[in-house]
Design a protein around this ligand. Structure first.
Ligand code: UFG
Length: 322
């Protein structure tokens, strides 16, 4: 297939591009390089620098495509609460521009980068796709809105989509083909790495009194290469079944913040300096995915998501930069 990857120079996008190339697709990347990086662009792709808010540009990029993966979005949870206008413009208007450009060019298949943040603070810990959606930040809300828009574009415009609700994306390509380190990372594992390499003097563990095994928050950490493989399986599914779906992508196993720190020390042989701090607003105690749907419908299974591999692949790219 000829696939347009919108946001294909970013952290997850570049891993998706690698997987699509590996499975024989032709790839065109559309990215404004605001967080994506040129160093992430693979040689045998076509690259168009452009912004999803530029309607003529996205319409032009859509010409001749069979399918779209859309990952271009603002994704910092805290920032989304301070700048909902920016998130509305990029994540809502921007995505609608992409969808309208698809309609205009008769492009039928859409794989959407959604998030576990659509669930908010659920009272249960293992979440399937039927768990009620109750986002507690504007970022999660923006993704939920688009999922709803998608079901209408399916009914009214015949766009068939798979929305993939990623849990905590971590790790780097095991073969070292993705070269760019994520810019200004806000998440736990990059912060642990920055602490090891002295970019930060120490890090803070947000909360030690949660009702979890060691008092720190637990999350479902999924290797980005496993997320990537789900995208190409989603296209196979769309072509085969011509049906829209929403699916969780996680491992079904949760690790605590302490687990992440301790395993990092074990894998790297280096000390992570940390202190215990207060809870961070909006953090649920534990989140875990039930990904049976992706397993049954796509034949998807995480293969790279052991904690050792997640940490080793992340450490390796940080060693190149620091
Ligand atoms: N944490 C710390 N110290 C830090 C940073 C994080 O203790 O300096 C803790 C957080 O409190 C949380 C865990 O590490 O318990 C993971 O935090 P992240 O910020 O890495 O990730 P979140 O679980 O908050 O959110 C991430 C993405 C969201 C996505 C969600 C899906 O950032 O976009 O996973 O589960 F929606």
């Amino acid at each position: 297939m000829r696939i347009l990857v919108v946001g294909g120079a970013g952290y997850i996008g570049s891993h998706v591009v690698k997987e699509l190339l590996k499975t024989g697709h032709d790839v065109r990347v559309f990215d404004n390089l605001s967080t994506g990086q040129e160093v992430n662009l693979f040689e045998n792709i076509e690259f168009i620098k452009g912004d999803i808010l530029d309607i003529p540009a996205i319409e032009k990029a859509m010409e001749g495509m069979d399918g779209v993966v859309h990952l271009a979005a603002k994704k910092a949870v805290g920032e989304s609460m301070e700048k909902p206008d920016v998130y509305a413009l990029n994540n809502l208007n921007g995505t609608i521009n992409v969808l309208n450009a698809m309609v205009k060019n008769n492009v039928k298949y859409f794989v959407f980068s959604s998030t576990a943040a659509v669930y908010g603070m659920p009272s249960i810990e293992v979440l399937d796709e039927e768990t009620p959606l109750n986002p507690i930040n504007f970022y999660g809300f923006s993704k939920k809105m688009i999922e709803e828009v998608l079901s209408w574009y399916d009914r009214l415009k015949g766009i068939k989509f798979v929305a993939l609700r990623y849990f905590n994306a971590v790790g780097y390509d095991g073969e070292g083909d993705v070269k760019g380190l994520e810019k200004n990372p806000q998440n736990l594992l990059p912060i642990v790495m920055e602490t090891i390499f002295g970019v930060r003097e120490k890090m803070t563990v947000f909360g030690s009194d949660y009702p979890t095994k060691d008092g720190t928050c637990e999350r479902d950490y999924i290797h980005v290469s496993d997320l990537a493989s789900a995208h190409q399986l989603a296209f196979q599914y769309l072509v085969r079944e011509n049906q829209s779906q929403i699916m969780n992508l996680g491992t079904g196993v949760a690790h605590s913040v302490k687990d992440m720190i301790e395993m990092t020390e074990k894998v790297t042989g280096r000390q992570v300096k940390y202190e215990m701090g207060d809870r961070r607003a909006g953090d649920p105690a534990a989140l875990m995915a039930f990904s049976k749907k992706a397993n049954e419908l796509l034949g998807w299974q995480p293969q790279h998501s052991s904690l050792e591999n997640i940490i080793a692949t992340t450490y390796r790219i940080y060693q190149k930069y620091f």
